[in-house]
Design a protein around this ligand. Structure first.
Ligand SMILES: NC(=O)c1ccc[n+]([C@@H]2O[C@H](COP(=O)([O-])OP(=O)(O)OC[C@H]3O[C@@H](n4cnc5c(N)ncnc54)[C@H](OP(=O)(O)O)[C@@H]3O)[C@@H](O)[C@H]2O)c1
Length: 433
């Protein structure tokens, strides 16, 4: 009979306790499905005295998480502390150096240090798995690495952050503003006290960078996503009202696609999605990931992108893969075969756009705006003009036909310079699926 597979868990917060709970409750099922028992042999967290929702007194306690990697009988270190650097990175690097398998949910660390860590794992011939790092309980990584492995992937996109999707869904339903809904999300535990990573799109950028690497066989390059990342702080209640009038919902989307020349574009931004699109119906804290493969066509995964149960479910599935002897490369191909990405020139990246301006209520304004647009050949699909504020500025909203981002930027510069344009309130891409 095989000896139990021994794991050490670092971090006993939301996800860590979820992992302990699944392993305690589903031990028999895990053994039947892998042919081996799993055993938690040690745990570490910041505070030894904190009360936990699961019983951990039977496990060896280690004060310094990095030392879990030194325990001789540990087969796999499970890192659930979080953070790009610091103790999480130290532990994972040390565990790989020591020849231990590693499972982590840490997207920030994988996005930033994934390549180096993958090289270390390859060198030591051990697994580094991170399914929970992208879209929590949704098997997005396994979908790319296993189910769609025979396809060239043309694009991968979706709703990658449940907090933002919850906030935007609530804003759309209730008509309330961003600050008000964010506060409610924090009170309900759907948003962190410091929501920066979520609402500024950084968390989605981490996930997109990982998906891009897997989809296109390129080195994970977080900086190239961050350059094209914007969050949801600037989305107003008025934008929702106007979008509704035009037949759209507003979603924070992460999107990466590759053109026929093999160049890649990546972005994270609030986008208008037509109400009839499948993505528009994914509301609340749910995530959705869409994959386009050259033979399979489109595949969609929808589910809970965060929370103790869904995230721990993905972590334990990774542990089970290792128990079954899964030897897949960390990013789907050996690190020596990962290419440096060629990027599509952002100014040539075309889409339809939604432009929302506040303008003075006086004659001749529309003529000036039209002239600014036509100078750069930008053609308007729909235009609406509304007096939403009594005695205040007029809102002018235009949706454009497909236009290159570079041309749009020139038009926006021109609009800014017009005396009658008080502000450019929002510019969103209109995404068609
Ligand atoms: N929560 C989710 O829904 C979710 C979804 C997907 C991915 N993730 C990822 O999963 C990871 C964990 O997230 P989480 O939500 O579980 O975070 P969390 O609830 O804040 O838990 C973090 C844990 O790390 C421990 N910790 C902090 N500093 C430490 C140190 N120096 N040494 C040892 N332990 C330390 C904390 O200890 P104490 O409890 O003792 O204070 C806490 O138990 C992160 O990488 C996150 O991005 C989370």
């Amino acid at each position: 009979m095989q000896t139990p597979f021994k794991i050490a868990i670092a971090g006993l917060g939301t996800v860590g306790q979820g992992v302990v709970e699944i392993i305690q409750k589903n031990a028999v099922l895990i053994e039947q499905r892998t042919g081996r028992k799993v055993e938690i042999c040690a745990v570490s967290s910041f505070s030894a005295s904190k009360k936990r929702a699961v019983e951990i007194s039977q496990y060896k306690w280690v004060d310094n998480a990095a030392q879990l990697a030194d325990l001789a009988d540990v087969d796999c270190v499970v890192e659930l502390i979080g953070g790009e650097n610091g103790i999480a990175h130290e532990l994972v690097s040390h565990a790989l150096d020591k020849g231990k398998h590693v499972v982590t949910a840490n997207k920030a660390m994988v996005a930033r240090h994934g390549l180096k860590l993958a090289q270390n794992a390859e060198f030591k011939n051990v697994a580094l798995k991170y399914e929970a790092a992208v879209a929590g309980g949704i098997p997005a990584i396994k979908t790319l690495m296993q189910g769609l492995a025979a396809n060239n992937i043309k694009s991968v996109f979706g709703i990658l952050n449940g907090t933002c999707n919850y906030i935007l869904s609530e804003m759309g339903l209730s008509g309330r503003g961003f600050d008000d809904v964010l506060k409610e999300a924090q009170d309900k535990g759907y948003a962190e006290a410091d929501p920066t990573f979520d609402v500024d799109g950084i968390d989605s950028a981490h996930k997109l960078c990982i998906l891009s690497a897997l989809a296109f066989g390129v080195k994970p390059d977080l900086d190239n996503v961050l350059e094209a990342t914007s969050g949801i702080r600037g989305v107003s209640a008025l934008d929702f009202k106007i979008a509704e009038e035009l037949g759209y919902k507003i979603k924070l989307l992460g999107s990466a696609h590759q053109n026929d020349a093999g160049e890649i574009a990546q972005m994270v931004a609030p986008c208008l999605v037509h109400k009839s699109a499948q993505l528009a119906s994914v509301d609340g804290s749910f995530n959705a990931v869409f994959f386009d493969g050259d033979f399979v066509d489109q595949v969609v995964n929808v589910g809970r992108g965060a929370g103790a149960g869904p995230t721990a479910s993905a972590v334990v599935a990774d542990i089970m893969d290792i128990m079954r002897g899964d030897e897949s490369a960390v990013f789907g191909v050996k690190t020596r075969d990962l290419q440096g990405a060629k990027w599509i020139d952002a100014s040539q990246n075309d889409d339809r756009f939604y432009i929302h301006l506040s303008v003075d209520d006086k004659p001749g304004v529309m003529a000036n705006i039209s002239s600014a647009l036509s100078t750069h050949g930008l053609s308007i699909d729909e235009l609406i003009q509304r007096h939403y504020h009594v005695d205040g500025p007029v809102s002018v909203v235009m949706t454009t036909h497909k236009t290159a981002r570079g041309s749009l930027d020139l038009v926006l510069e021109k609009l800014k310079s017009l005396e009658s344009v008080i502000s450019i309130d929002s510019v969103f891409r209109i995404i068609k699926f």
